[in-house]
Design a protein around this ligand. Structure first.
Ligand SMILES: *[C@@H]1O[C@H](CO)[C@@H](O)[C@H](O)[C@H]1NC(C)=O
Ligand SMILES: *[C@@H]1O[C@H](CO)[C@@H](O)[C@H](O)[C@H]1NC(C)=O
Length: 313
C-alpha cells in the first residue's frame, strides 16, 4: 500500500511539466485528458486483474477469507454502500476502473470488503459470468461512482472468441465519497473544479495528473513535488511548495471518464470553483465530486519557500 502510493507519486512527478492548464477547462485541457485505459473486467476465465492470474486471485481471496474474520462480515455492503442497480444483465464498462477480483461465491459483502480495502475504490460492480470454462463470480472495483446506464457490457463474443453471458449484475456506490487525508483538511465544491487566477508574477498552478485514484495518492504526490523542488532549489534557495490540490472526477456525456488532480502553490476556496465543464468534439465534459485539500501546515510564503541555511542577500 505504502509502496504503491510512492510509485504513483513518482509517476505523477514525471507529469509535472504537462502544458495544458485547467484554467477555463478549455479545449487544450480537455484534449490532454487521456481516455480511460481499461474500463471493465475482460471476459473469460484465463486472465484476471493486472499481472495476476485467476488461480492466484482465487487462492488469495480464499486465504483472505480464512485469515481475516472481518472479510465476510455481514452487512458491510449495506453499512457502507448504497445500491445503485441490481439484477441486470450487463457489467459496467466505464472510466475509473481499478481492478477486479474473482470471488468464491456471489457475495456482495465480500465484494464490498474488497472495495473498502482498495485505495480509491468508491464503486463496485458484482456479477456472474458464465462462459465455456464455467461460472465466475466477478467483483469489479472503480474509483468513480457509476450508474446502470454505464453497465452496457452484455457479454457475447469478445475479441479472443470467448462467449459469455452475464447475470445478477449489481452496482454499489460508497456512502461517504470524500476521503480524509492526514495532514490536510478539505472543502468540497460539488460539480465545479478550481479556476485559479494568477494574481502576480508567480503562477500558482503546478500541474495536473490523470493517473490518480484517490485524494491520498494526490497528497503523496503533492508532498513528493515539494520534496523534489526543495532538492532542485534555485541558487538563492527558493523553491515552489505544493500546498493545495483539487481532486475531482471528469464525466463524458454523464458517464465516468477520468479522475483528475490539479496542484497549486496556494489554497483556494469555493469562490474559485467556477469550472463546470465544457462541450468538446461533440461530447459534454462535466465535473463531479470536486474537493480541495489544503495542507494543515502551509509551506513558504504564498507557496514560495526558502531552503534552510540559505542567506538571502
Ligand atoms: C431478475 O430479472 C429477471 C428478468 O427480468 C426476472 O425474471 C427475475 O424475477 C428478477 N429477479 C429478482 C430477484 O428480482
Ligand atoms: C530566486 O531565484 C529564482 C530563480 O532564479 C527567481 O525566480 C526568484 O525571483 C528569486 N527570488 C528572490 C527572493 O531573489
Amino acid at each position: 500500500m505504502k509502496v504503491s502510493i510512492l510509485a504513483a507519486a513518482a509517476a505523477l512527478l514525471a507529469l509535472a511539466s504537462a502544458a495544458p492548464t485547467p484554467q477555463e477547462f478549455d479545449g487544450d485541457f480537455i484534449d490532454s485528458i487521456p481516455p480511460p485505459t481499461a474500463e471493465g473486467a475482460p471476459a473469460g476465465a484465463t486472465k484476471s486483474g493486472p499481472d495476476v492470474d485467476v488461480d492466484t486471485l482465487v487462492e488469495s481471496t480464499v486465504s483472505d477469507i480464512s485469515k481475516r474474520s472481518t472479510i465476510s462480515k455481514r452487512g458491510v455492503a449495506s453499512d457502507n454502500f448504497v445500491k445503485v442497480f441490481d439484477n441486470w444483465t450487463g457489467s459496467t464498462q466505464t472510466g475509473g476502473y481499478l481492478t477486479f477480483k474473482l470471488l468464491p461465491s456471489y457475495d456482495v459483502d465480500l465484494c464490498a470488503t474488497k472495495c473498502l480495502a482498495n485505495t480509491g475504490c468508491v464503486f463496485f460492480n458484482i456479477y456472474d459470468e458464465t462462459n465455456p470454462a464455467g461460472l465466475l463470480h466477478k467483483c469489479v472495483l472503480y474509483s468513480i461512482a457509476s450508474t446502470k446506464g454505464a453497465a452496457t457490457n452484455f457479454g457475447g463474443q469478445d475479441h479472443g472468441g470467448v462467449i459469455s453471458v452475464k447475470s445478477l449484475s449489481a452496482g454499489y456506490k460508497k456512502k461517504a465519497l470524500q476521503e480524509d487525508v492526514p495532514g490536510y483538511h478539505y472543502e468540497c465544491f460539488g460539480d465545479a473544479s478550481i479556476n485559479a487566477p494568477q494574481p502576480g508574477p508567480v503562477d500558482p498552478y503546478m500541474g495536473v495528473s490523470f493517473t490518480t485514484t484517490s485524494p491520498s495518492v494526490c497528497a503523496a504526490a503533492c508532498d513528493a513535488k515539494t520534496a523534489y523542488n526543495l532538492k532542485q532549489a534555485a541558487l538563492n534557495g527558493t523553491y515552489r511548495a505544493c500546498n493545495f490540490f483539487d481532486f475531482y472526477n471528469v464525466y463524458r456525456d454523464g458517464v465516468p471518464y477520468q479522475t483528475a488532480c490539479t496542484f497549486y502553490l496556494i489554497s483556494y476556496d469555493a469562490s474559485f470553483a467556477t469550472n463546470f465543464g465544457q462541450k468538446r468534439n461533440g461530447y459534454q465534459y462535466s465535473i463531479g465530486e470536486s474537493c480541495g485539500y489544503t495542507r494543515d501546515v502551509l509551506i513558504g510564503v504564498d507557496g514560495i519557500a526558502t531552503k534552510p541555511g540559505v542567506i538571502i542577500t
